[in-house]
Design a binder for this molecule. Structure first.
Ligand SMILES: Cc1cc2nc3c(=O)[nH]c(=O)nc-3n(C[C@H](O)[C@H](O)[C@H](O)COP(=O)(O)OP(=O)(O)OC[C@H]3O[C@@H](n4cnc5c(N)ncnc54)[C@H](O)[C@@H]3O)c2cc1C
Length: 397
């Protein structure tokens, strides 16, 4: 019989070690707790099955998430909560501790689709779309990537040409989160006047969305291809405030910021699982947690987790002060996703064979983080962003 003192054996929780909670306001702590409670009640009991079947009840989930105010929570007005960047980050952290797919749904809705409308849309766009999107009654997606252009969206082939006062869009967008369940797609297309954004409502003739099947990562997330075949839109479908690639890149910065926190949520969930498991699993007649090799893994992971959380919080405070730069967000995304993936893989080793099943969240987080490493700018692209910032020499081409 295992000594009970080894069970649930963390005298010091990884977050407690770095006294993170003391750096938060009461409101931020309350928001974090509220999001965690929703995840515990509505997501954790079902997530392994959603992942296993690759089916996500996205509409119901959007309404649930809308009812707790996390959709577009960092935007002001139009039914959005207008909360601070740290509160938004903590919500992403708790959502991603449940599953990166859920955080993706929220990121794409709030930071990509809603943000694009909020930042670049007309007053009519904002009034029409933002309140129901904040409530989760309408879902949005963001179509930038194409089959042949991911890291280099400037090469996009999707076009929007004028026909009278209308716009006619042709092309395809690939790997689009929320695509087939969306009521509106923010589509970026090449015009005579450079890259512009368009709002394409679902059901517009010529516009279709097909789900991408056989994914091994982010299975609890809808990923689609959007096809635009002579899609005719009225003149006012264009987002008036976005010109050139800086439009979509501005949205991506918002979503990347959320990932800086979110990735640490997935890592924390893995580490908690591994600590618990190592405390109760007996190998060679002693708890796994009592071996120095295991303790080294746990200590190293806790260091990276703590550093990642502190980095996220620092970037959050910079963002709240209006002082954050895209390079700083790249640094946060690059570091925290890379370390989260490393933590997930190491936790997987601690769980042994149990680590490969969906009975535990660790392998799910690990394979999800492979997508997170790639989307919103791959780790290579963020490395090149930092390389350019450090040397002044762009090495992208
Ligand atoms: C699950 C999932 C959801 C997604 N959701 C969305 C979404 O909602 N909306 C959207 O628009 N996109 C979305 N994406 C697309 C994502 O943003 C792209 O996959 C990503 O930008 C990389 O593009 P790519 O896959 O075409 O890879 P590529 O650009 O072809 O890159 C392939 C490899 O080459 C590397 N590479 C590229 N350029 C260089 C260089 N100059 N030097 C060295 N290495 C380089 C890359 O880092 C990568 O390792 C999603 C992707 C996934 C997997």
């Amino acid at each position: 019989m295992l000594d009970p003192k080894y069970r649930k054996g963390f005298a010091v929780h990884p977050s407690t070690l770095f006294a993170i909670d003391g750096l938060l306001t009461d409101e931020e702590r309350d928001i974090r707790k509220a999001v965690r409670q929703v995840c515990d009640k509505e997501i954790r009991p079902h997530i392994a099955e959603w992942f296993d079947t690759g089916e996500l009840p996205a509409r119901e989930l959007a309404r649930t998430l809308g009812s707790v105010g996390v959709l577009g929570m960092h935007l002001d007005g139009y039914g959005c909560a207008g909360l601070g960047a740290v509160s938004y980050g903590l919500a992403c952290l708790e959502l991603e501790a449940a599953d990166s797919g859920l955080r993706s749904l929220v990121s794409v809705q709030g930071s990509l689709a809603m943000y694009a409308i909020w930042k670049y849309g007309s007053e009519e766009h904002k009034r029409e779309w933002l309140p129901p999107m904040a409530a989760g009654e309408r879902i949005g997606c963001f179509g930038l990537t194409e089959p042949d252009f991911g890291s280099d969206p400037g090469g996009m082939r999707t076009t929007a040409r004028r026909d009278g006062s209308d716009w006619v869009l042709n092309g395809a967008k690939m790997w689009i989160t929320n695509g087939s369940v969306s009521d509106v797609a923010v589509v970026w297309a090449r015009t005579d006047d450079g890259v512009r954004g368009f709002l394409v409502p679902a059901g517009t003739p010529g516009f279709t969305a097909h789900d991408l099947k056989r994914k091994v990562s982010l299975r609890a997330s809808v990923t689609s291809e959007l096809v635009l075949d002579d899609v005719r839109l009225p003149a006012d479908a264009m987002l008036p405030g976005a010109r050139g690639l800086s439009g979509p890149l501005g949205c991506l910065n918002e979503a990347r910021y959320g990932i800086v926190f979110g990735a640490m949520g997935a890592a924390l969930d893995c580490l908690e699982t591994a600590l618990d498991y190592a405390g109760s699993r007996e190998v060679f007649a002693r708890p796994l947690a009592s071996y120095q090799l295991t303790q080294e893994k746990l200590a190293d992971m806790t260091l990276e987790l703590g550093k990642g959380l502190l980095l996220a919080l620092h970037l959050g405070r910079l963002k709240e002060a209006g002082a954050i730069t895209p390079e700083q967000i790249s640094a946060g995304k690059l570091n925290n996703v890379r370390e989260a993936l490393d933590i997930a893989r190491t936790c997987r080793t601690i769980l042994g064979a149990s680590g490969i099943t969906l009975e535990y969240p660790v392998i799910r987080h690990a394979v999800n983080l492979e997508s997170v490493l790639t989307y919103e700018g791959t780790s290579e692209i963020h490395t090149l962003v930092l390389g350019k910032a450090l040397t002044g020499l762009p090495a992208f081409h």
